[in-house]
Design a binder for this molecule. Structure first.
Ligand code: AP5
Length: 237
């Protein structure tokens, strides 16, 4: 066992929260992640946010990502796996992390499992926020995002105080390119084909926790928070 692995194993006496958020596009993963970060002070690693920021900065990763994202396709596994594993191995994620949007394929799931095993760590839970397809379409067609802060709104369910303007910094609210109806339908199809099989993978490992994402954002949050608190207690016993 390497020194890094020994260190990581010893560290497990302190309860470490290594969480992933699973669910279809528009299930509310980002909405819940914002609240869970406040509750548990976990570094938040959201692959969609990382890629959108690379697109804005015009980096090589961003140029490649834009082509896939605009069409609702997934980035190649080898690219995204490298990006995420680097973050998980960083000091910031030493005591836990909250992953959103990764893994999204069986290959990504295997890469994550084996990277964690290599350093004596494991996933605490896979939090599945489930929402039917027609609700996804309703949510994503009404989603608006602040160009500056990235804060997410919904024209009906979570409207800003002033139409078209962010409450936090007054910047413009825009619709994401991949929230156009035809792209949303394709993203859903990709989710069912490529990502849904991961549910069984985590169920078989005994770490899947399901949440009814059709409930209000506050109800979903309460349920997830209570579940994580219980997991943490069980881990400390
Ligand atoms: P990504 O950004 O990860 O998109 P996604 O998984 O499709 O998720 P969304 O951000 O669309 O939805 P969400 O679940 O966070 O919902 P939100 O909280 O905003 O990925 C985008 C693209 O990047 C991919 O298509 C792919 O190209 C690429 N990519 C990313 N990761 C990759 C990977 N691992 N491999 C390869 N490619 C990758 O909520 C949605 C709306 O609903 C909001 O308006 C919100 O206000 C509202 N809302 C939320 N909760 C509720 C509620 N309970 N009731 C009513 N309204 C609600």
């Amino acid at each position: 066992m390497s020194a890094t692995a020994r260190g990581a194993t010893a560290k497990k006496t302190v309860s470490e929260l290594n969480l992933i958020l699973l669910g279809p596009p528009g299930a509310g993963k980002g909405t819940q992640a914002e609240r869970l970060q406040d509750d548990f002070h976990l570094p938040y690693i959201a692959t969609g946010d990382i890629l959108r920021s690379a697109v804005r900065e015009g980096t090589q990763l961003g140029r490649q990502a834009k082509e896939y994202m605009d069409k609702g396709e997934l980035m190649p596994d080898e690219v995204i796996v490298g990006v995420v594993l680097e973050r998980i191995a960083s000091d910031e994620a030493r005591d836990g992390f909250l992953l959103d949007g990764f893994p999204r394929t069986a290959e990504q799931g295997r890469a994550l499992d084996s990277a964690l095993v290599d350093v004596g760590r494991r996933l605490t839970a896979a939090l599945l926020i489930d929402v039917p397809d027609d609700e996804v379409v309703r949510r994503l067609s009404g989603r608006r995002v602040s160009v500056k802060s990235g804060r997410v709104y919904h024209v009906e369910f979570d409207p800003p105080k002033h139409e078209g303007r962010c409450d936090v910094d007054g910047s413009r609210l825009v619709q994401r390119e991949d929230d156009k109806p035809e792209t949303v339908r394709h993203r859903l199809e990709v989710y069912h084909r490529m990502t849904e099989p991961l549910i069984k993978h985590y169920e078989d490992k005994g770490i899947l926790r399901r949440f009814d994402g059709a409930r209000s954002a506050t109800e979903v949050h309460d349920h997830i928070r209570a579940t994580i608190a219980t997991l943490r207690l069980e881990d400390e016993l």
